[in-house]
Design a protein around this ligand. Structure first.
Ligand code: FE
Length: 131
């Protein structure tokens, strides 16, 4: 079983339907549609499901792929990986470690030093600006 805070009904009430489809049903938002795609402000990206800190603005970069892209999470235990064999591909799915919400996938074509691209749905994130 997925670790999660509360039942699926609770998630449905807490999240708007677009966010629910991404976070709880692992849908993918349309590329280049995300509000946070071109956000360059300093701050922290948190899980839209539970508020847990996931990525820092310092690790965000322009990958050109159409989704917010990060080189690394705030800490190794902030996210969790799971093998995803859907859509005829083998990918590494990235989930919020705290609530189990679907965030996106990680690919190994990122920039130095991590060489990782955390390709994350904007809908699964909220941004907290640094003051
Ligand atoms: Fe979460």
């Amino acid at each position: 079983m997925e670790e999660s805070e509360g039942s699926e009904d609770k998630w449905k009430n807490r999240l708007d339907s677009e966010r629910y489809k991404v976070l709880r049903l692992a849908h993918t938002e349309r590329p280049f549609s995300g509000e946070l795609l071109y956000n360059k402000r300093k701050g922290v990206y948190v899980c839209a499901g539970c508020g847990s800190a996931l990525f820092r603005s310092e690790s965000k970069y322009e990958s050109g792929c159409g989704w917010p892209s990060f080189m690394a999470p705030v800490s190794e235990d902030a996210v969790r990986e799971r093998e995803d064999k859907s859509h005829g591909m083998i990918r590494k799915e990235i989930l919020c470690a705290k609530c189990g919400g679907h965030l996106g996938h990680v690919f190994d074509d990122g920039p130095i030093p991590t060489r990782l691209r955390y390709c994350i749905n904007s809908l699964s994130l909220n941004f907290r600006e640094k003051d």
